[in-house]
Design a protein. Structure first.
Length: 419
C-alpha cells in the first residue's frame, strides 16, 4: 500500500516533532523549511540552554488564547497525545538526559544544540526528507489531483496531508516571519489579531532610560488605568523577579511574563508598579532609614540612602522623581521608603516582534479540531505550534506546546482518511 505523503511546513520545534510522530506512524514525511538550517529559534531558547518544558502540575492552566473559551480545554485535549512526562520519556529515548532547576527542565548538556541534535538524528533514522531553502509561498488543494499543492520558489510539491508549523512573527530573523498566517488565511482560516508577547516594556520617561544597565529585584504589578481617570487602577498581573532597566525601558523575565497581559489590551494607560524592597514592609524600611539618618546626620544625600536599597542608577532616578514631586512635609525616611516601595512607571508601548519571544494570537481555535489539530474547514490540513492562537508564559510552556501539538498533529496527519 502507498504510504500517506505528509508534508510539514517549518522545521522548528513543532515541525520537527510533527515529522517524527508522522514518520513513526508510518507516513512518508517531507519537511519544507524556508531557512538554510532547521531549528534556528530552538537554538536560541533558554539563552542557548533550552528550557524545554516545565513540571508545573497545573501547566495546562497557564495558557491563553484570544478566543472566548480561552486555551485550557484545547490545550488539555492536545496534552492527551503527549503530556510533559511523555515528552520527557520521548526525549530520553532519543538520547537526551534532562535536569530540572525548580520546575524548569533543561538538557543536562546545558545546550539547546543537543535537543536539536537528537530530533534531527531521529528524523534521519526515520528517513524523513528534509528540504531547506524551501519557503512555501502558496498552498492549495487540487481536486483534479486529489492532493495538496505546496508551491516554493523552485518547485511544486504534492501532498496528501499538510501540517503548517510555521511559528509566529516573533524574532523573524529565525524564519518565522508570519507567512504561515497568510498560508492559513488563504485556506479560509481566521487569524486573530497578532501581538508581540513575552517582550519588554517601552517607557517614554528619559529618567527611566537613564538607569539602563541596572538590575533590581522587585515585586512587579501591571496596572491599567482603563478610563485614564487616575487611581484606583485595575491590577492585570503581578509577579516577583529581576527587572532589567534598559535603553528603551524595562525588561527581564518578570516583565516578559506581564507583557502577555499587556499584549491583548487596548485603550487606557498601562503602568508598571515596582516594590524595590519586596521582602520588607514600608514600616521596616522607614525604621532602618531612620537609624541610618540618626547615624550619618541629615546632610546625607537621598541618592546615598536610596542606594542602600537599590542600584545606584535607580537610586538617582528615584531621587530625581522625589525632587520633582517635592516632599510636601513629613520625615525624610517616610519619603524615601515610599519611593522605594511604590515606583510607578507609565508604559508607552511593547517592544516589537524583533525582541519578543512569542506572539499572542494566531489561527482561531474555533476552526481546528482539538483532538487531531486538523482544520475544520479543509480536510487534510493540520496545524501545530505557535501558529495557533495559544500562548504560554516563560518557563518551558511554549516549547511544551510545540512538542505536544506537533506530536498530536503529526500522528493524526498520518492516520487513514476519514479518521
Ligand atoms: C529568544 C527566545 C528564547 C525562547 N526561550 C524559550 C524557552 O527557553 N522555553 C520555551 O518554552 N520557549 C522559549 N521560546 C519560545 C519558543 O521558542 C517558541 O514558542 C517555539 O520555538 C515555537 O515553535 P514553532 O515550531 O511553533 O515555531 P518556530 O520555532 O518559530 O519554527 C517555525 C519554522 O517554520 C519556518 N517557516 C515559517 N514560514 C515558513 C514557510 N512559509 N515555508 C517554510 N518554512 C517556514 C521557520 O523558518 C521556522 O524554522 C523562546 C523564544 C525566543 C525567541
Amino acid at each position: 500500500m502507498e504510504k500517506i505523503r505528509v508534508f510539514i511546513v517549518g522545521a522548528g520545534a513543532s515541525g520537527l516533532m510533527a515529522a517524527i510522530a508522522a514518520a513513526r506512524a508510518g507516513a512518508s514525511v517531507t519537511v519544507l523549511e524556508g531557512m538554510k538550517k532547521p531549528g534556528r529559534k530552538l537554538l536560541l531558547t533558554g539563552n542557548g540552554r533550552c528550557n524545554l518544558t516545565n513540571l508545573d502540575k497545573d501547566l495546562h492552566l497557564r495558557y491563553d488564547s484570544s478566543g472566548t473559551d480561552g486555551a485550557v480545554p484545547f490545550v488539555n485535549s492536545v496534552l492527551q497525545s503527549l503530556d510533559v512526562s511523555g515528552t520527557l520519556r520521548l526525549f530520553e529515548e532519543l538520547g537526551l538526559a534532562s535536569v530540572s532547576a525548580g520546575s524548569l527542565v533543561y538538557p543536562r548538556s546545558g545546550q539547546a544544540q543537543t535537543v536539536l541534535g537528537v530530533l534531527l538524528a531521529e528524523l534521519e533514522r526515520l528517513h524523513v526528507k528534509m528540504k531547506y531553502n524551501a519557503k512555501v509561498k502558496r498552498i492549495s488543494f487540487s481536486g483534479e489531483k486529489g492532493a495538496w499543492l505546496l508551491q516554493t520558489e523552485g518547485w511544486t510539491y504534492e501532498a496528501d496531508r499538510v501540517v503548517l508549523c510555521c511559528g509566529s512573527k516573533a524574532l523573524p530573523e529565525t524564519g518565522s516571519d508570519g507567512s504561515g498566517y497568510t498560508l492559513a488565511a488563504s485556506a479560509g482560516h481566521t487569524v486573530t489579531d497578532i501581538h508581540p508577547a513575552l517582550t519588554g516594556f517601552e517607557c517614554g520617561d528619559p529618567d527611566v532610560r537613564a538607569a539602563a544597565g541596572a538590575r533590581t529585584k522587585a515585586a512587579v504589578k501591571l496596572l491599567a488605568d482603563t478610563n485614564n481617570s487616575g487611581l484606583p487602577m485595575t491590577v492585570l498581573a503581578k509577579d516577583t523577579g529581576e527587572v532589567q532597566w534598559t535603553q528603551y525601558g524595562l525588561s527581564g523575565i518578570v516583565i516578559f511574563q506581564l507583557s502577555r497581559y499587556a499584549a491583548r489590551r487596548s485603550g487606557g494607560t498601562l503602568y508598571v508598579s515596582l516594590d524595590l524592597v519586596p521582602d520588607q514592609t514600608e514600616e521596616e524600611v522607614r525604621h532602618t532609614l531612620r537609624r541610618m539618618l540618626d547615624h550619618a546626620g541629615d546632610a546625607v544625600g537621598s541618592v546615598s540612602l536610596l542606594n542602600s536599597y537599590t542600584h545606584e542608577r535607580v537610586a538617582a532616578y528615584l531621587a530625581k522623581k522625589m525632587a520633582d514631586k517635592g516632599t510636601g512635609g513629613g520625615q525624610r525616611e517616610e519619603h524615601i521608603a515610599r519611593a522605594l516601595k511604590n515606583v510607578l512607571i507609565p508604559v508607552t508601548g511593547l517592544k516589537g516582534y524583533d525582541l519578543s519571544q512569542i506572539c499572542a494570537g494566531g489561527i482561531s481555535l474555533n476552526e481546528v479540531n482539538p483532538e487531531t489539530l486538523e482544520s475544520l474547514l479543509c480536510r487534510g490540513l493540520f496545524f501545530a505550534g505557535e501558529i495557533l492562537d495559544i500562548d504560554g508564559p516563560c518557563g518551558g510552556y511554549n516549547l511544551q506546546w510545540a512538542w505536544s501539538s506537533g506530536y498530536a498533529a503529526g500522528t493524526a496527519a498520518s492516520g487513514t482518511p476519514g479518521q
